[in-house]
Ligand binder design. Structure first.
Ligand code: MLT
Length: 264
């Protein structure tokens, strides 16, 4: 499905029962909504599940650039408004987590639960910003295929698997301008750490036990700053833990959502 959101065409998918509590799934960089295929299948019996392609990734348009991280947050709210979704649980993986945390900071009343997956609350260090700058240069000069090849080893713990094939396909479907914009947006994002103490709704913090980008220590630190949080380490999984071990991920995610929904 498609919607005209904030001047771009946005691809989204809405599954599950119309009256059920809403769960929104926000993918990481530079993936697309198919990242959540196994979660949509597991959740749609109990929940109304919205997934979408972030601007400039998958099949969503990019619009004029530059677009800061705030624009990705604006898109989330605009899509919710377009679909008449007043409140939702939001799950974000990595960059998706940056968006969800910032959305929570801006409009906490729109959310009844959060799942923060393989992500962090703080902003980039100077070293991280320089790596983003090198990434923008690399994707512009060498193209998507070379850029993606350089990224893949950091994303998964097993390099040859159906998950690796699916992830590669997703990454290659994004375009260089969308990737460059997202890198600049992430480099300039604000630090959400100070707002974590204000989160009063249930939060699940998950991370792959072999996540090289957001290791369990970082995720545990994130969980420790949120009052009603639960921390789960996903075994045999790297940075994209929902894709690499969907069985363990879904078990934790579904149990968390069912419990949180029963309290709303
Ligand atoms: C992601 O998976 O979204 C990225 O690793 C996030 C980042 O580069 O900070």
């Amino acid at each position: 499905m498609q919607a005209k959101i904030n001047g771009i065409t946005m691809r989204f998918d809405l599954a599950g029962k119309a009256q059920a509590p809403v769960v929104i799934l926000v993918h990481g960089f530079p993936f697309d909504l198919s990242l959540w295929k196994a979660q949509v299948a597991a959740l749609k019996k109990d929940f109304r599940v919205l997934s979408y392609d972030l601007r400039g990734m998958g099949k969503s348009g990019l619009g004029p650039v530059p677009q800061p991280l705030e624009a990705y947050v604006d898109d989330l709210f605009a899509l919710m408004d377009h679909l008449g979704l007043k409140q939702a649980a939001a799950a974000g993986l990595s960059m998706g987590g940056y968006i969800v945390l910032r959305a929570m900071q801006r409009e906490p009343s729109r959310f009844w639960a959060l799942a923060l997956c393989d992500t962090r609350a703080d902003a980039d260090s100077d070293e991280g910003r320089l790596k983003r700058a090198a990434g923008i240069k690399a994707v512009r000069e060498k193209g998507m295929a070379a850029f993606v090849k350089g990224m893949l080893p950091n994303l998964l713990c097993k390099q040859k698997s159906p998950a690796a094939t699916a992830l590669l396909k997703m990454m290659l479907s994004s375009n260089a301008d969308g990737v460059a914009n997202a890198l600049a947006a992430m480099a300039a994002r604000t630090d959400s750490t100070a707002s974590l103490k204000d989160i009063k709704i249930p939060a699940l913090v998950v991370t792959g036990d072999q996540d090289a980008l957001m290791p369990p220590l970082i995720a545990k630190g994130l969980a420790s700053k949120i009052k009603a949080s639960q921390f789960v380490e996903i075994p045999d999984a790297g940075h994209v833990s929902n894709l690499e071990n969907p069985v363990a991920f879904n078990k934790a995610f579904l149990a968390f959502l069912r419990k949180a929904a029963s309290r709303t």
